[in-house]
Design a binder for this molecule. Structure first.
Ligand code: URP
Ligand code: ZN
Ligand code: ZN
Length: 454
């Protein structure tokens, strides 16, 4: 065996138990108490948790957006990922009008083959059907393991928005192909109307980013998406759910038997819209914005009771000088915040304090993501799966600061957040890539995850 992790507590989505984990050829080869094996490397995990690496289902690395490019490259973003226990990221390449999906994805693959420090998959963002050609090309993309696609119902002026007709066509095509459509749901016309109104009134601070797209603006679009998907009997995945009313519509649809997957993000679980009143409120500007306490409480309740399927980050950081473009005009603030290195530690801290169980954290950050998106070798500590493993010390205290992150951004909304418990090691297919504060992997170690479809 190449690696033996001895005496830890293995956490799966369905339970925890003391066991050794043996790894060979990058895969989990055996799990059991006092395994009678010899290994090249033996790691003592007694007193520690042994968790599957997380899969961050929602990241935007080096994304051209908001008049600039998001601050993490594929190298720095994936380096940060493994340092926070994420062993697979999903990136969202955005199609430019007229571009083919596979051309776009292949150009990203080239960069990632050289730079990736963790494994990677793609949800391709479709902005234009190219007269129907993209609907045909989707079949080939699915064969190549890109089994999910994304629609933005907003970002009209950025050229990324699709209308309801396009969404419907994509849902129908996904149903034929056994693929999944991910949707960013907010109402673009309401946002435009309200933005114009506030700008006219001279209301330009970050608070009006929230006021131009409050709860009902997201809820309207959430409900529209749930309505279309349910009506067409097509599964759908709502990204970055932040509002109570939309969440309730998803829960009702689930209870009626529809396949509506819900993702939320740590920032919505931690912060409320009050952050936009702070002098540095612009740093928290993302879309959808943080909402009120009622929505936040509803998210936690749904997370505990199983109605939220995944927690992912929407990692899309920008530098301070770029956020500063919107000091006097919230419409000029590039939308997005950092998170990929904080996802697992934040959720595990919530488990450590008893807010949620460790098993549930594993489920929403790893197992469900792998199942929903067809990463058949990922997402669990189980024989035959990739040995993507995180060793977690429940007693290690950690305070998040831009200084101890492994990204390229210069500030973080998580600055000063105290966590009780922290990952101490991350293994990517059996290879140590993070060790007690240090990245010890190599760019190019990450591999493309070819996904299966329904
Ligand atoms: N979320 C955000 O503010 N920026 C990234 C793009 C998106 O996911 O909407
Ligand atoms: Zn979005
Ligand atoms: Zn996003």
């Amino acid at each position: 065996m190449e690696l033996l992790i001895k005496g830890g507590t293995v956490v799966t989505a369905s339970g925890s138990f003391e066991a050794d984990v043996a790894v060979d050829g990058g895969k989990i080869a055996a799990i059991g108490k006092n395994l009678p094996v010899t290994a090249n490397q033996v790691v003592d995990a007694s007193g520690r948790l042994v968790l599957p690496g997380a899969l961050d289902a929602h990241t935007h690395m080096a994304m051209p957006f908001g008049g600039t490019v998001s601050a993490d490259s594929y190298l720095s973003g994936t380096r940060a990922a493994v340092c926070g226990g994420v062993t697979t990221i999903f990136d969202y390449p955005v199609q430019h009008k007229g571009e083919t999906i596979l051309g776009l994805v292949n150009s990203k693959k080239e960069i990632l083959e050289r730079d990736a420090c963790c494994d990677y998959a793609f949800h391709c963002c479709i902005t234009d059907l190219n007269g129907g050609e993209i609907l045909d090309e989707m079949a080939q993309a699915v064969e190549e393991g890109i089994t999910s696609f994304k629609c933005f119902l907003v970002y009209k002026k950025e050229g990324m928005m699709v209308d309801d007709g396009t969404l419907t066509r994509l849902l129908l095509r996904a149903r034929e192909l056994g693929a999944l459509i991910n949707v960013h749901a907010e109402n673009p016309d309401l946002i435009d109307l309200r933005t114009e109104m506030y700008l006219k009134e001279g209301k330009t601070s970050a608070w009006y980013h929230y006021m131009s797209r409050p709860e009902f603006v997201e809820a309207e679009a959430d409900k529209r998406v749930v309505h279309w998907a349910s009506h067409l009997e097509t599964p759908v995945y709502l990204v970055h759910m932040a509002d109570k009313e939309g969440l309730e519509a998803c829960i009702r649809a689930k209870e009626e038997g529809h396949t509506v997957y819900v993702e939320t993000c740590p920032q919505y679980l931690e912060f409320t819209c009050d952050v936009y009143k702070r002098p540095d409120g612009r740093n928290f500007v993302c879309s959808p914005p943080m909402k009120g306490k009622e929505s936040q409480d509803a998210l936690w309740t749904a997370l505990k009771s199983g109605f939220i399927d995944t927690v992912a980050t929407d990692h899309c950081p920008f530098q301070s000088y770029e956020k500063d473009w919107g000091k006097d005009d919230f419409t000029k603030i590039p939308n997005g915040c950092a998170g990929v290195e904080n996802l697992y530690p934040y959720m595990l801290d919530a488990a450590n304090s008893g807010k949620i169980s460790f098993e549930r954290v594993v489920e929403v950050c790893a197992t469900n993501v792998a199942k929903i998106f067809g990463c058949d070798n990922k997402g669990a500590i189980a024989v035959g799966k990739d040995a993507d493993i995180v060793i977690y010390d429940k007693d290690k205290d950690f305070t998040i600061s831009v200084k101890n992150m492994h990204s390229d951004y210069d500030h973080t909304i998580w600055e000063g957040k105290k966590l009780h418990g922290y990952p101490v090691q991350t293994y990517l297919r059996g290879k140590l890539v993070y060790d007690n504060g240090n990245f010890v992997g190599k760019p190019g170690m990450g591999q493309y995850v070819k996904r299966s479809h329904k």
